[in-house]
Design a protein around this ligand. Structure first.
Ligand code: PLP
Length: 467
């Protein structure tokens, strides 16, 4: 299986580093550079030396096998090689005509990935109604969705309103509901779209999850105070603890309230590729208006590959369509020529679809799937070790490739453990769960093997036995 090649062939220069991160102070790196740009040319030999001296030491090695912080941003050899091809072609996808293969391949790969994840035909371009688009980040995808949700609601309330006028209506009573575990970019998206963001407390029950009755209650209270529920953003794989909201459970509420339901599956949407999690992507297909998932996290596609799918492209077209002279007229479209400039803010588009295509060509769906499974297997192994051990405890029941752990001896020992692992070269982010310190160990870096995880466990046990 080619996925195993990833660990034999060095993924990138970063994977060759013997450290994940180095202690540097802000400004220390920039101080090594001249204040003005060089007057004359520098040859490649010298540039390589400068890369070694001034650039690599300041880069956090996200592709390193001991990188287990945040969530992974797993890249792969085909993803890295594709960037050279993309830059060499150098086409800018302003519209279909400005790089026809750029648009058509994006349509093809967005349908490939939707099928791979089990998102139903409603989200496929070939439906002629739904479809997917690559955005820069999950945060931008969600901002776009919130703007569309706002505009849709104005048109629902006043069906005769033109789209133009819909933008100039007062939205100050419009509210969006999210879990208190949702990523802060959801809150930011609501704020920028001019919507009130209501964080509803998720229930712990194993690992945080939002309950429909709590959301309903919050909506009823808000309605009594003059607010109008417009959208609900559910999280599938929360950033701190990998908690998931039960998407299917919100079906009735969505209908009753005529809500735009968006699912932020930036990290854990990758798991839908596995049979075990298929029922959740089935729920997305049944219930939601739009969904985002990052191909740049746990998917081997590298940054930036923020996928967004919508059930009805018209909801985007009515907000983002615009054209000018020497551009295609709005509406001159077909399945393989959807004019992505009318689906989102940017006009110029990088040929990111090529990266996704190369990753799937190289590994096949079986290779990508086995890579995703590998992170789950590593995390399950580590969780089972922690469960059996009297030295550690898990504050929540994490899922996917995430493990959250703390020392049974309390806050101070947990903090010391974090420092100790960092000194040993691990990139592991400390966090707070239920207001107490915990370590988040996010597996899924493409270079991390079972042997690395077993070594980590040994290092944790050795520390705990001595403290
Ligand atoms: N949503 C979730 C669940 C995340 O974990 C993250 C980042 O880790 C984001 C959104 C933000 O992603 P982006 O950096 O693509 O905006």
């Amino acid at each position: 299986m080619r996925v195993h090649d990833l660990t034999r062939h060095r993924l990138s220069v970063a994977a060759d580093f013997d450290y994940v991160w180095k202690d540097v102070e802000p400004g220390q790196l920039a101080a090594e550079f001249q204040k003005d740009p060089p007057e004359g040319p520098t040859d490649y030999g010298q540039i390589l030396q400068k890369l070694e001296k001034n650039i690599f030491p300041g880069a956090l090695s996200w592709q390193h096998p001991q990188f287990m912080a945040y969530y992974p941003s797993a890249s792969s050899v085909p993803a890295i090689l594709s960037e050279t091809v993309i830059a060499s072609i150098g086409s800018v996808g302003l519209q279909w005509k400005s790089n026809p293969i750029g648009t058509e391949l994006e349509v093809v790969v967005m349908d490939w990935v939707a099928k791979f994840l089990g998102l139903g035909p409603a989200f496929h371009h070939t439906s002629g109604v739904g479809g997917g688009i690559i955005q820069n980040t999950a945060g931008e995808a969600m901002l776009n969705m919130m703007i569309c949700a706002r505009t849709r609601m104005h048109r629902r309330l006043q069906p005769d309103l033109s789209w133009e006028d819909a933008f100039h209506q007062d939205s100050s009573s419009f509210a969006v509901y999210i879990s208190d575990q949702a990523h802060f970019s959801v809150e930011k998206a609501c704020r920028l779209a001019g919507l009130r963001c209501r964080r509803v407390p998720a229930r712990l029950e194993g690992n945080y999850s939002l309950h429909p009755s709590d959301v309903k209650e919050a909506m009823e209270k808000d309605r009594a105070a003059g607010l109008r529920p417009v959208a609900l953003v559910l999280t599938y794989g929360s950033t701190n603890t990998s908690g998931t909201d039960d998407i299917a459970a919100f079906k009735d509420l969505a209908k009753e309230e005529d809500l735009w339901i968006h699912v932020d599956a930036a990290y854990a949407g990758a798991a839908w590729a596995l049979d075990e999690f298929r029922k959740d992507s089935q729920a997305v297909s049944d219930v939601v208006t739009s969904v985002n998932m990052n191909g740049s996290k746990w998917f081997l596609c590298g940054f930036d590959s923020a996928f967004l799918w919508v059930r009805d492209r018209n909801l985007l077209l009515d907000v983002f369509s615009a054209s000018g002279v020497f551009m295609a007229e709005v509406g001159e479209t077909s399945i393989y020529n959807p004019e992505f400039k009318d689906w989102s803010v940017p006009l110029g588009r990088r040929f990111r679809a090529l990266r996704i295509w190369m990753v799937f060509e190289y590994f096949g769906t079986s290779g990508v799937r086995s890579y995703i499974q590998q992170a789950i297997d590593q995390a399950s192994w580590l969780r089972s070790k922690i469960e059996e051990s009297p030295l550690f405890e898990q504050p929540v029941q994490t899922k996917f490739g995430l493990v959250c752990v703390r020392s049974v001896k309390g806050e101070e020992t947990t903090q010391q453990l974090a420092k100790h692992l960092s000194d040993l070269g691990y990139g592991i982010a400390p966090s707070k769960i239920c207001e107490k310190d915990a370590l988040r160990i996010a597996l899924g870096s493409a270079a991390t093997t079972q042997a690395h995880v077993e070594q980590l466990w040994k290092d944790m046990v050795t520390f705990a036995e001595q403290h």
